[in-house]
Design a protein around this ligand. Structure first.
Ligand code: C2E
Ligand code: MG
Ligand code: MG
Ligand code: MG
Length: 287
């Protein structure tokens, strides 16, 4: 088709397409084509979710999982979230798609529940747009009641930037979610516009160290210093810490030696389908 002729979709490693084009018009028309396709993606059943285990580094057991949205487009095949999530956000579609993801996540949890620990946490990503709707907590409460999802098994991931854009609304919404028994995690910690004071201002439970600090933690003194500081800070604040993007045994050993509690990354498992996840949940350990 015309898009295919105009663009080169380059496959980079893991099902990840990067679109690049010579001119801005072409870029804009691809975006518009994607927007149109995304508007129909839910009804066309082109979305699905993957789950990626989170590992307790003391026991090697899975103690949680992150839910990640996937889009298998009839036109472009599997498109990276880095390419389509921004479109969902800009157009506001993320509000309904975000609720769709949460419902899928709850149904998935209830299917696998009997394989999982009592205090297993299923983590779902939230977008800033979902916050701005205003009645986020009551919408989430409704979905949990509708599906029968236990609030104590749900975790919501938010970013530093989302908190800082409207701190008053964030405080209200997060307090409500926290009172419901939902766990709250800061995603990509260290990469956003933030002030450390918000760590005590909001009712947070988990801090996820961004993968960019983990990548060279065993070889780069600066990254090691940042990771060590985050670990010390989370310990004294009583927050659970999760290292993101753990790919090597060297990184794992470093994190264990520096008493990092939890980790997530390709070393343990890539994000997988519900069926594959079911099998991972049966394993005694993932290390
Ligand atoms: P994120 O929330 O920080 O999710 C972690 C990303 O790191 C995922 O990318 C995951 O596949 C990838 N990852 C995990 N372990 C490794 C590793 O060891 N090495 C490397 N190189 N990557 C690893 P993914 O699935 O492409 O998602 C990218 C981003 O898209 C997410 O970053 C999140 O910000 C957003 N996203 C994904 N699903 C949703 C969703 O349902 N709602 C919202 N609002 N955003 C989502
Ligand atoms: Mg996340
Ligand atoms: Mg992250
Ligand atoms: Mg990220």
């Amino acid at each position: 088709n015309a898009d295919a002729a105009m663009y080169h979709a380059k496959k980079t490693g893991r099902n990840n397409f990067q679109f690049y084009s010579a001119d801005m018009n072409a870029q804009a028309s691809l975006r518009l084509a994607m927007e149109t396709a995304l508007r129909r993606a839910v009804e066309q059943e082109e979305f699905f979710i993957h789950l990626q285990p989170q590992i307790d580094l003391d026991t090697g057991k899975m103690n949680g999982a992150e839910v990640l949205l996937r889009w298998n487009s009839t036109q472009w095949g599997l498109v990276s979230p880095a390419d389509f999530i921004p479109i969902l956000e800009d157009t506001g579609m993320i509000e309904s798609v975000g609720e769709w993801v949460l419902k899928q996540a709850c149904q998935c949890f209830l299917n696998i529940k009997h394989k999982l620990a009592e205090d297993f946490k299923l983590a779902v990503n939230l977008s800033g747009r979902q916050f701005k709707g205003g009645n986020l907590a009551s919408r989430i409460r409704y979905i949990l009641a509708e599906t029968g999802m236990p609030t104590k098994n749900l975790e919501l991931e938010i970013t530093e930037t989302m908190l800082m854009e409207d701190p008053e609304l964030a405080t209200l919404t997060l307090s409500e979610l926290s009172e419901m028994g939902i766990s709250l995690a800061i995603d990509d910690f260290g990469t956003g516009y933030s002030s450390l004071s918000y760590l005590k201002q909001f009712p947070l439970n988990v801090l996820k160290i961004d993968s960019s600090f983990i990548r060279d933690v065993t070889t780069d003194k600066d990254d090691a210093a940042i990771v060590n500081a985050i670990l010390a800070m989370t310990e004294s604040l009583g927050l659970i810490v999760v290292a993101e993007g753990v790919e090597t045994n060297e990184q794992l050993n470093y994190l264990r030696q520096h008493t990092c509690q939890c980790a997530q990354g390709y070393l343990f498992s890539k994000p997988v389908s519900e069926e594959a996840f079911y099998e991972l949940a049966e394993k005694e350990t993932l290390i």
